[in-house]
Design a protein around this ligand. Structure first.
Ligand code: C2E
Ligand code: MG
Ligand code: MG
Ligand code: MG
Length: 298
């Protein structure tokens, strides 16, 4: 909190503000015990390759079910975890869990699919991250090329490109894939895209939403896709909710789509079933909401 007052900002202690601070402290306290109390789990959202209709990966997303308050959104608890440093432990927990799950699916004879895991800047900077990743891969037996680490542009804030480049290079050397997440949602220079070893670019949902009805958005997205393909990166579009958006994305040359149009994030035991359904049934648009084509009784 000293950090918050240290910037010469004038603070007004309204009860609502004090309450919000207290809430965050309480959440941080409970989050510290979430791992040992078994309150965390991972959900998986399919990523669909447009050229083949295959599910080529899953993104692992952290879920927290508070014992009294029930499910708490990552939009609420991830920032708390980041500002309190707890994200380092949570991040390691989900990395291990997702790699273990990915290995388990391989052992069940399912097709190899990439497992994408989100990484916060604090994890990246606060420990010997490449050593931790390497240890988790060895421990779980997931082939390195099936792990994709998702990093956001916030990684570049206050860090030298040399430092970033060194750690990304080491990770890349392990054989893991690197994705730049939420691309376009924050401020950043485009220069690093040409110099850092990202394999894929995840276009933020804000560029995908409405792309089928707004010509300007379509142009912008087309430009982003052309740019990243030109730099040798594959493009994943996040947050497609409608089949019409998928049609545009296909026309624009996008490689992979992840969004509610295919599936929401689901529990690990549902993920292979959902992937199978996606691969067997084409997307159709019917009425105001997208639905999947039915193939007789479920
Ligand atoms: P993200 O990494 O960009 O993950 C995608 C988010 O978009 C997920 O939200 C997902 O459920 C949501 N999403 C996917 N398709 C659609 C769609 O069609 N429409 C809409 N409206 N949303 C869609 P979620 O799970 O609530 O996670 C939010 C954010 O929290 C993530 O954004 C990520 O930044 C963070 N997060 C989640 N799990 C982790 C984690 O394990 N570690 C870290 N560091 N951050 C995480
Ligand atoms: Mg992500
Ligand atoms: Mg994202
Ligand atoms: Mg995000």
């Amino acid at each position: 909190m000293a950090k918050e007052t240290g910037r010469g900002r004038c603070m007004v202690f309204e009860p609502a503000y004090a309450e919000a601070v207290e809430q965050r402290l309480l959440l941080a306290r409970d989050l510290r015990h979430a791992i040992e109390e078994n309150e965390l789990h991972a959900q998986y959202q399919p990523q669909v390759e447009l050229a083949t209709g295959r599910v080529v990966g899953f993104e692992a997303l952290l879920r927290w079910t508070h014992r009294e308050r029930g499910p708490i959104s990552p939009a609420v608890f991830i920032p708390v975890a980041e500002s309190s440093g707890i994200i380092v432990d949570l991040g390691l927990w989900i990395l291990r869990e997702a790699c273990r799950q990915g290995r388990d699916w391989l052992d069940q004879g399912l097709p190899p699919r990439t497992i994408a895991v989100n990484v916060s800047p604090a994890q990246f900077w606060n420990m010997d991250f490449e050593t931790a990743v390497s240890a988790v891969l060895a421990e779980t037996g997931l082939p390195p090329n099936l792990l994709c680490l998702e990093l956001t542009e916030s990684l570049f804030v206050d860090q030298s490109e040399h430092q970033i480049s060194r750690t990304l290079g080491a990770l890349s050397g392990l054989g893991v894939r690197l994705a730049l997440d939420d691309f376009g949602s924050g401020y950043s220079s485009l220069g690093y895209l040409t110099r850092l070893p990202f394999d894929r670019l995840k276009v933020d949902r804000s560029f995908v939403d409405g792309v089928s009805t707004q010509p300007e958005k379509r142009k912008l997205l087309g430009g982003i896709i052309a740019l990243s393909r030109g730099l040798g990166m594959s493009v994943v579009a996040e947050g497609a909710e409608r089949a019409a958006e998928v049609d545009v994305l296909r026309d624009l040359g996008c490689d992979v789509v992840q969004g509610y149009v295919y599936s929401r994030p689901v529990a690990p035991d549902k993920a292979p079933v959902v992937a199978d359904a996606i691969e067997r049934t084409p997307l159709v648009e019917w009425g105001p909401r997208p639905i999947r084509a039915e193939r007789g009784p479920p």
